[in-house]
Ligand binder design. Structure first.
Ligand SMILES: Nc1ncnc2c1ncn2[C@@H]1O[C@H](COP(=O)(O)OP(=O)(O)O)[C@@H](O)[C@H]1O
Ligand SMILES: [Mg+2]
Length: 200
């Protein structure tokens, strides 16, 4: 079933709406799609953040990293939990994604066992690496912020209250968030770590 979207003010345009799972036969606004995504993501929030998740529930393994994206977006998008096959302006080459994500899972396990960093720095680093890899066609930002929050919640901290309107281009918080990711690209993690200390 083909879909089309009617662009609205205030929303990031979505170039490619193929794979949209919402009932066909009508036009969806980007706002409606965003709200359907938010409803889907709320299920993951409930599952992973309402109480500290055990390592069994949130093992931070390669398979689980994919599964989490499926859980967050699977009711709305066919490609949820599936690696992208196209190159994007952010992220590594598509064919490198599986190996990079396996390496990330291994690094998280190592950092965790050896307590290489404190929990805020670990959360910041895994968030940054996850979004730098950019495994999926979309939802990488929300997925990587969720990952960081699950990590924090699992290690005795409350989650960070990310303004989920970080998507909105004119949100001033978005600029400092993107700026802190860019600094982390150059090995300067301070700002991003500080953002992870702003828990509820
Ligand atoms: N230069 C950048 N500009 C915009 N987003 C960036 C940049 N560098 C990294 N990102 C990350 O990519 C995310 C956007 O990727 P996307 O897959 O569209 O995720 P989402 O749909 O959840 O916003 C941002 O939220 C941010 O985490
Ligand atoms: Mg997006």
């Amino acid at each position: 079933m083909r879909h089309s979207t009617k662009p609205i003010d205030d929303a990031t345009p979505i170039d490619d709406i193929s794979g949209l799972k919402l009932p066909g036969g009508r036009v969806y606004t980007l706002k409606e799609i965003y709200e359907a995504e938010a409803k889907n993501i709320a299920l993951a929030t409930l599952k992973y953040l309402s109480a500290p998740p055990s390592k069994k529930i949130a093992p931070f393994t390669y398979g689980w990293l994919q599964e989490l994206h499926q859980e967050m977006f699977g009711e709305v998008w066919e490609w949820a939990g599936k690696f992208r096959s196209v190159e994007l302006s952010i992220g590594i080459k598509a064919y490198l994604v599986p190996v990079a994500l396996k390496e990330l899972a291994n690094d998280i396990a190592y950092w965790d066992t050896h307590e290489t960093f404190d929990i805020y720095e670990t959360a910041a680093r895994l968030h940054h690496r996850a979004v730098q890899i950019h495994p999926f066609q979309n939802g990488n930002g929300r997925w990587s912020r969720m990952l960081a929050n699950i990590y924090l919640r699992q290690h005795g901290s409350m989650p960070v209250k990310w303004q989920e309107d970080l998507l909105a281009k004119e949100n001033p918080k978005r600029d400092s968030y993107i700026q802190s990711l860019k600094e982390a690209d150059n090995g300067r993690y301070e700002k991003l770590i500080e953002m992870h200390q702003h828990t509820y």
